[in-house]
Design a binder for this molecule. Structure first.
Ligand code: 13P
Ligand code: SF4
Length: 301
């Protein structure tokens, strides 16, 4: 890797008073230059709390948008504007309004993997780390609509015993992880625990030992006593696991779990976006205010 590329990024970061945030699924070399790497909830909290003037968000569009919702006075850069999340694109604000009209008195829980406009039409946000807690906190005498991830919604429904209407969205990357893959790896590594992300299908979650957010997987590994851990989520997480706790061997449930959108961000694009100060995330103020209410309600829990 070009040393000068790393040097240029470091220099510009200082000149701009920028912070680089990276999601746990980012390329290894991108995680390595980040000031902070984490899951969606941890990154939102970091974006809300930083005093940097520029946030370079190495993740996908909804994550950078959430940073902008929380910190409108800051410049938020997403080094590749094509880095979207297909699940977030599975519901529009208009579709959400049509769905809400079907259930009088409905309260909407919206997974953070959604556009600012969808958040603006929701009562509260959640991430994979706090979905169960958020659903628990909803009014007991009103219907709940959970968007857009049917599988995270299904998981939260089972954990809380609360009935919910589920929007039929899903993550194409986590759909590539199957029960056969879990069983194959269990047979290959007897005694190893299997951790999966709650975006996986219910049969995969049932076949695993735990369903955890990416931050939850990192924390679980920190106190893991076994020699091998089988991990069922996007394979970018393996880099951080191996770096932080190298005594354990980490194997993916399947090598197919790669999110092409997360992999859009490269070091060259990070440098370019800081040089050009774009792509720069903008959200109409009226939408931002309403989305902020849903995000803040989550952060207050
Ligand atoms: P986490 O919030 O668990 O990091 O998950 C984000 C995501 O996009 C999972 O596909
Ligand atoms: Fe979206 Fe799935 Fe990629 Fe996460 S892994 S960003 S949910 S497509």
């Amino acid at each position: 890797m070009s040393k000068s590329l790393l040097e240029q990024i470091a220099k510009l970061k200082e000149e701009l008073n920028a912070i680089i945030l990276a999601h746990n699924y980012q390329r290894a070399e991108v995680q390595d230059i980040a000031d902070y790497t984490g899951d969606s909830l941890e990154l939102s909290r970091k974006a809300a709390g930083t005093d940097a003037e520029v946030i370079v968000f190495c993740g996908v569009h909804f994550m950078a948008e959430t940073a902008k919702i929380l910190s409108p006075q800051k410049t938020v850069l997403l080094p590749d504007e094509e880095a979207g999340c297909p699940m977030a694109d599975m519901i529009t604000a208009d579709q959400l309004e049509q769905e809400k009209a079907k259930y009088p008195g409905v309260q909407v829980v919206c997974y953070v993997n959604s556009s600012a406009a969808v958040k603006a039409g929701s009562d509260i946000c959640c991430t994979s780390a706090n979905a169960v807690q958020v659903v628990e906190a909803m009014d007991r005498d009103r219907p709940i609509l959970f968007v857009p991830d049917q599988y995270l919604g299904h998981y939260a429904m089972r954990k809380t015993g609360r009935e919910m209407h589920l929007w039929p969205g899903y993550c194409p990357t986590h759909m590539k992880i199957g029960v056969d893959d879990v069983n194959r790896q269990r047979a290959r590594y007897p005694g190893a625990k299997v951790l999966v992300h709650p975006e996986c299908r219910p049969d995969v979650i049932d076949a695993a030992d735990e369903a955890l957010s990416t931050g939850g997987i990192i924390r679980y590994a920190q106190s893991y006593q076994g020699s091998t851990l089988i991990v069922g989520t996007e394979t970018g997480i393996l880099h951080r696991l191996r770096q932080e706790n190298p005594a354990v061997k980490y194997v993916p449930v399947t090598e197919r779990g790669v999110c092409p959108n997360m992999k859009c961000i490269t070091l060259e694009k990070v440098l370019w976006s800081m040089q050009e100060m774009e792509p720069n995330i903008e959200i109409p103020e009226e939408v931002r205010q309403r989305a902020l209410a849903a995000v803040e309600r989550m952060l207050e829990l």
